[in-house]
Design a protein around this ligand. Sequence first.
Ligand code: C2E
Ligand code: CA
Ligand code: CA
Ligand code: CA
Length: 287
Amino acid sequence: AKQRGKAGFVRYADGMREPVLAHMQLGGELRRALENDEFRVVYQPLIGLDDNRLIGVEALVRWHHPTRGLVGPAEFIPAAERTGLIVPLGRFVLRETCRQAAAWLAEFGPDALQEAGLNVSARQLHDPDFVSDVTTALADSGLPCERLVLEVTESAVLRGQQVSRALYELDRMGIRLALDDFGTGESSLSLLRAFPAAIIKLDKSFVDGIEIDDGQPAAADARQAVARAVSQLAQALGLATVAEGVESAEQVAVLRELGYTVGQGFYLAEPMTPDGVSRLLACQRPV
Ligand code: C2E
Ligand code: CA
Ligand code: CA
Ligand code: CA
């Protein structure tokens, strides 16, 4: 069932994993859920590691199922991708995120939020209407292009001409593209040459354990090697970085040493309702 914690944090119960939806006609269920307006967007802050300020947010979709309660994306995004419903669902997340980000900028001023990011599936990138969906969402909301970040994974980018054309067009419009889960794919490095990325999101798996002292001098520390290399690579290519899945103060300290200035993770801030973000923005509004 849904849990609503302090400060508008929303979490779904782990116990709900596979068995719940495995036997459902997910395609039909998802279509019905879209019509019934059961999807909601929560936002996880991206936080400056030096000053703890909110830099931006990442939009994450949730399904408020009438009987199952709060369902996380791991349980329905794969089915939405298989059935193609990710296209209308993704369009909903896009429009909602642009609308919400523009509302925050209007309420809290132009410095409140540098970026609002959202996840884009391969299937959406292949949709011939994707670029016009993005331009329409921006125009309807009034959100400036440069505040929008589209997060794509390596595997999504690697498929086809249609995809690169869309990505270059979005880049030309001033929309920033982030490579999500960076380092987990098979061709991260060649991809960086072929793709107009502005931001690298270092995958959580390279942040996990980064704080553990293995007794080696820093330069030889294997746990830190990938995070360090990615940071140096990003710097050389003029790309921004975000460290994902930051879960402790010790990790923040190591990441800062390695050159990371922005992080995302439960230690810094959990995904929260729009109201939760508004409260954070109200706190850090300059007086
Ligand atoms: P992602 O894009 O890598 O998003 C980050 C995920 O890591 C989120 O899970 C977030 O809640 C979780 N996370 C953040 N900080 C921490 C941490 O410190 N520790 C741990 N253990 N986890 C952390 P969530 O919301 O369950 O989303 C899972 C995935 O579902 C996302 O991974 C993304 O691939 C996909 N997804 C979510 N929303 C959308 C969407 O609107 N469209 C599409 N296409 N995919 C989405
Ligand atoms: Ca993401
Ligand atoms: Ca990620
Ligand atoms: Ca060490």
